[in-house]
Write a protein that binds this ligand. Structure first.
Ligand code: SD4
Length: 330
């Protein structure tokens, strides 16, 4: 097929698309290695401030990373959740795939695994991540992830105060006192912090993957959708792949990437597969921010989104050889 190879990724992250494309075209890389290389270019924080190193920190001010890769030929996958102090999370995810029989390693022990694989351990904090954390800490109106701590934009937005019971983590409210979450306030709609990518090489091998630091000011230990197979991304040879971005705490309950690939395997075109997967989520959570890209092995591609002010994706295939940015209406 003259469309192959191809690369598609969430958001306008041409650095990642370009890196993956170069690997395919000039180094004859496999789809999996091209994907890992392209995404890893952004993990030093140089693409969007919120991917990888120096990205948006957790409540304690630490940046931790989620990443996954999936090989649609073997249906192998490797992923890491809440990985600490290792910059190239997607490369660690590939090592989980390649060198272990596991799928997901998490936290400090995933760091130990990475170190044993030769990765360098270092702080992921930068001046800008420190600054954004201090700003969050000092503004009690900023979104947080506690069900019993609802930011009140009408009140004075002072610093979080340790003795203010509203902001005390030690207060466990009973279910009937627990307020429902205003989902629309939790995710910064202008902050795009995940690359999800699908690469199909000229042998038709589909790889899919993600890398992210998750969500600003997450509760330490939180793992999002991005490293969850079928949620963050999914790949299947003979069909295609999908990758998702947005409010992962909600999205992971619906396995949207698996859902979309499943629909494509039943003959759906990529756009309607993405729309079905995303609109199912918003039918339960109308305020969710959620987006997805999809591509099939014929080279047809599409996207869908809800709740974002704008969503776009990068696409390049062999017939054009040029990276285009495709806007999607939300
Ligand atoms: C997460 N899905 O960890 C990621 C965040 C994201 O645009 O994609 N934001 O929930």
């Amino acid at each position: 097929d003259n469309h192959l190879p191809l690369v598609i990724n969430t958001w306008n992250v041409t650095k990642a698309a370009h890196g993956a494309w170069q690997e395919l075209k000039t180094n004859d890389a496999s789809s999996l290695d091209a994907l890992v290389y392209g995404c890893s270019l952004c993990e030093d924080g140089s693409c969007m401030s919120s991917i990888g190193m120096g990205g948006r920190p957790d409540e304690n001010g630490e940046t931790t990373l989620d990443a996954m890769v999936m090989d649609g030929k073997t249906m192998d996958a490797g992923s890491v959740g809440s990985l600490r102090q290792i910059m190239n999370a997607i490369k660690v995810a590939r090592d989980v795939l390649k060198y272990t029989a596991h799928t997901l390693l998490v936290g400090e022990l995933a760091t130990d695994f990475a170190v044993s694989m030769g990765f360098e351990k270092k702080s992921l904090q930068t001046n800008s991540s420190l600054e954004s954390w201090i700003q969050w800490k000092n503004n009690s109106c900023q979104p947080n992830f506690w069900r019993n701590v609802i930011p009140d934009p009408t009140s004075h937005c002072g610093p979080y105060s340790p003795d203010e019971s509203l902001y005390s983590k030690n207060i466990k409210q009973t279910d009937n006192k627990r307020k429902s979450i205003d989902y629309s306030s939790r995710v910064d709609k202008n902050c795009h912090d995940t690359i999800g990518m699908i690469v199909i090489d000229d042998n038709g091998n589909v790889a899919a993957g993600t890398t992210t630091n998750g969500a600003c000011c997450k509760i330490p230990g939180r793992v999002g959708d991005s490293p969850i197979v079928g949620a963050g991304a999914y790949a299947r040879n003979g069909v295609g792949g999908a990758a998702a971005t947005g409010d992962g705490d909600i999205m992971m309950r619906f396995l949207p990437s698996f859902h979309a690939v499943q629909l494509m395997s039943q003959g759906r075109d990529p756009t309607s597969a993405a729309q079905n997967a995303i609109y199912l989520i918003s039918s339960f959570f109308p305020d969710v921010s959620a987006a997805m890209v999809t591509v099939n092995v014929e080279g047809d591609h599409g996207g869908a989104c809800v709740g974002f002010e704008e969503f776009e994706y990068n696409f390049v295939d062999n017939s054009s050889g040029v990276i285009t940015t495709v806007p999607v209406n939300c």
